[in-house]
Design a protein around this ligand. Structure first.
Ligand SMILES: *[C@@H]1O[C@H](CO)[C@@H](O)[C@H](O)[C@H]1NC(C)=O
Ligand SMILES: [Cu+2]
Length: 133
């Protein structure tokens, strides 16, 4: 009897965890403006949002005019494009956030980062976590 009860509780917990994972969200960077310069303060876009482990960032832009570079904090701050961690150029990039922490993205085209085409996304633990950061 006790075993059956604990099995049911275990099943329920698995369902809760599964629900949390399947709730992973897509975040369109800059909303309808997309990834560009002169339209959007990307930090104002990011700051009120909750980003979770497993969520996906979607960067939409003209690949003739922009790209996406993931950077270290220092290179993000100084807009130094010499050593990107990763470079995306498709114009419709989907980047899944794996693990909590900060993710720093800039546009690598000359002057764009300095002009504000940069975003610092802070990822908290999965929404299934019972004790979020
Ligand atoms: C970018 O960083 C590298 C390595 O830290 C450095 O050698 C280079 O001078 C920097 N570029 C600019 C434009 O500051
Ligand atoms: Cu750009």
């Amino acid at each position: 009897m006790a075993l059956a009860k604990s099995a049911v509780i275990c099943l329920m917990m698995m369902m809760v965890i599964h629900c949390g994972v399947s709730m992973a969200a897509n975040h369109m960077v800059g909303d309808s403006a997309g990834w560009t310069i002169g339209h959007t303060n990307y930090q104002k876009w990011a700051d009120p949002k909750n980003f979770h482990d497993g969520d996906t960032l979607v960067f939409k832009y003209s690949s003739q005019n922009h790209n996406v570079m993931r950077m270290s904090h220092q290179d993000y701050s100084s807009c130094n494009t010499s050593f990107p961690i990763a470079v995306y150029t498709s114009g419709s990039d989907r980047i899944t956030l794996k693990g909590p922490g900060h993710y720093y993205f800039i546009c690598g085209f000359p002057g764009h980062c300095e002009f504000g085409q940069k975003v610092n996304v802070r990822v908290t633990r999965s929404s299934s976590d019972l004790h979020p950061l």
